[in-house]
Write a protein that binds this ligand. Structure first.
Ligand SMILES: [Zn+2]
Length: 227
């Protein structure tokens, strides 16, 4: 066998690693946008809630104003009828309380309106950011996707160029997802990774004849000397 085949094995393996990293990059790009979309949803929910609160405060104010009108009319009637001062004074107290409630409603509405205006401004800023980031992310994803396509083509080509036994062994070994990859070397008469002792005959077959062999213990593929 030739060293060239082992070089191809190594390249296929490194392309697979690159592929995984590209896939991860695309996931990260998408996650970036998805986080911003979550934020936008929260901000939209916040404005909906503020509008509901403003609506509720407006209704409360209208009810208080109606009660003020009724109480004023009753007080005026009592006054016109020459009713006793004590009764009139109790209406005056009621009216004062109602005026107080009305002012509280107004203050609350003012506060809510300010919050709503701030929330809307935040939302507008966020929309702008999302538009910008979307463009950026779309570009990044397109770039990575095109690189993935090139990589897959090269990967398929290399696999095609391998003899069947090389291809089958690489697939089988890669599928095990071994730490530090599917390859090893003979190092001082042993497997570099698991230190399994390799016979002189095996060592010569691996390094001199460039035969395809795996470590009997850790099952990694031996790369011959020079590859
Ligand atoms: Zn080993």
């Amino acid at each position: 066998m030739s060293v060239d085949l082992f070089m191809k094995l190594k390249e296929i393996e490194s392309l697979s690693k690159m592929r995984a990293s590209f896939v991860l990059q695309n996931q990260e790009h998408k996650a970036r946008l998805s986080k911003l979309n979550d934020k936008r949803r929260e901000a939209q929910e916040q404005t909906v809630k503020l509008r509901q609160d403003i609506g509720a405060a407006t209704s409360r104010l209208a009810a208080v104003e109606a009660r003020i009108r009724t109480a004023s009319e009753q007080k005026q009637r009592l006054f016109d009828l020459g009713s006793d001062e004590k009764k009139i004074a109790s209406f005056t107290t009621d009216l004062d309380n109602l005026e107080e409630q009305g002012l509280e409603c107004l203050a609350e509405m003012e506060l809510l309106e300010r919050e709503l205006s701030a929330a809307n401004e935040f939302l507008r800023g966020l929309e702008k950011t999302i538009t910008e980031i979307s463009l950026e992310v779309d570009g990044d994803i397109a770039k990575v996707t095109s690189e993935l396509q090139h990589l897959d083509l090269r990967h398929a080509l290399l696999l095609d160029e391998l003899p069947t036994e090389f291809r089958a062994l690489l697939m089988k070994t890669s599928a095990k997802n071994l730490a530090h990859g599917p390859f090893t070397r003979v190092d001082a008469g042993s497997c570099f990774f698991c230190r399994y002792k390799i016979s002189r005959t095996d060592e010569s077959e691996i390094d001199m004849q460039k035969n395809l062999k795996t470590c009997p213990q850790c099952s990694r593929i031996f790369l011959p000397y020079g590859s």
